[in-house]
Design a protein around this ligand. Structure first.
Ligand code: HEC
Ligand SMILES: [Cu+2]
Length: 337
């Protein structure tokens, strides 16, 4: 019993701590501001309907209660045209108001935003690729956006249907093979936002996460400028060799994309806050565990394990991957939403 209570309160605490990740009312972006505007109206009308219906029920129950000395059925009432008209017209009015607000918001969030930055979002089982065609930049699993700048995401998938969802910034959009769906919004508040795949897509669907890093505009400019003259550093020569022998067929590094995209780009692995599509913190321990046996972390993953690598090779490889970074850029201090 005591244990049960302890477990429950832990669960409650955990949920409270994690709730911010799915808090669609967080007005971190223009899309969610529209959602946040409709929300109180829906609540207001729901509360109103509840109070009126429950109140009428209580009143009728009390008013027509059985009284001492009464026998048999009381007089029966059949139909009341005026009442029926009222309880049809009032809900109709409420629905029309909600319809109007929703239609307005839908038009608002789907409008093209002039000057928006374009990012191609491609979903794979079980990770995300983010390509900035105008900036010559590709990053996987962490979408970096400048605060205050409108963005237009062109979302698609290479295998099954996925769905792109960052609750703190915007609503969901399906990622459909052979088709482009658009999602437009302006992220306002800098932060590290949790993203999810919101369409059941296979064994590791629940582990198909990602991050959106919204950074101040100057920092984004600095990042893009640094990307332009980026030569991927070689922090460990042996590590680079191990990478070229085992990993390069699937993993691109900024500027040296593989012929076919089979795995995430690891060009800025040292700058990443997360690993394996948002599932793990990015640190050397997790990196080693991932390379040795990714399937134990993500069932059904398309990356083979490398249990045969010697400890030295693995350490060298991890040093090499961590060295793939832009100096002077740190995303770890962003507040988490
Ligand atoms: C057959 C292709 C393939 C090979 C070979 C391969 N990987 Fe992967 N790798 C993948 C795929 C696919 C993913 C994405 C898995 C997921 O999250 O679902 C991945 C994910 C990763 C990630 C996480 C990336 C991120 O964005 O968080 C790292 C790091 C990584 N691989 C490193 C390596 C290293 C190091 C090697 C060589 C020892 C290697 N991979 C070999 C296909 C491959
Ligand atoms: Cu998915």
């Amino acid at each position: 019993m005591k244990r049960g209570v302890a477990a429950l309160s832990l669960l409650g605490l955990g949920l409270a701590q994690e709730a911010h990740r799915v808090f669609i009312k967080n007005p971190g972006g223009s899309f969610n501001q529209e959602v946040a505007f409709i929300w109180p109206w829906v609540y207001f009308f729901s509360a109103l309907v509840f109070v009126v219906v429950a109140g009428a029920l209580a009143y009728v129950t009390w008013k027509f209660r059985a009284r001492p000395g009464q026998e048999g059925e009381p007089p029966q009432i059949h139909g009341n045209d005026r009442l029926e008209a009222v309880w049809t017209l009032i809900p109709l009015g409420i629905i029309l108001v909600l319809f109007g607000l929703t239609a307005r918001a839908l038009i608002q969030v789907n409008q093209p935003i002039p000057g928006a930055m374009r990012v191609e979002v491609t979903a794979y089982q079980f990770w995300w690729d983010f390509n900035y065609p105008e900036l010559g930049l590709r990053n996987s699993n962490e979408l970096i956006l400048p605060a205050g700048v409108p963005v237009e995401l062109e979302i698609t998938s290479r295998d099954v249907i996925h769905s792109f969802w960052v609750p703190g910034l915007a609503g969901k959009r399906d990622a459909i093979p052979g088709q482009k769906t658009l999602l437009r919004f302006t992220p306002n508040e800098p932060g590290n936002y949790y993203g999810f795949c919101a369409e059941l897509c296979g064994a590791s669907h629940a582990r198909m996460l990602f991050r959106v890093l919204v950074v101040p505009e100057e920092e984004f400019e600095r990042f893009v400028a640094a990307v332009r003259d980026y030569t991927p550093p070689v922090a460990d020569a042996r590590g680079q060799q191990v990478f070229q022998q085992n990993c390069m067929a699937c993993h691109g590094i900024q500027g040296t994309p593989p012929p076919v995209v089979l795995g995430p780009d690891v060009g800025f692995m040292g700058n990443r806050t997360s690993l394996a599509a948002g599932v793990l913190e990015n640190n050397p321990e997790n990196m080693k565990a991932w390379i040795r046996d990714p399937a134990s972390i993500k069932p059904g993953v398309a990356m083979p394990g490398f249990p045969q690598l010697s400890e030295e090779d693995l350490e060298a490889l991890v040093r090499y991957l961590d060295g793939l970074r832009l100096e002077g850029i740190d995303f770890r201090t962003l507040p988490r939403f």
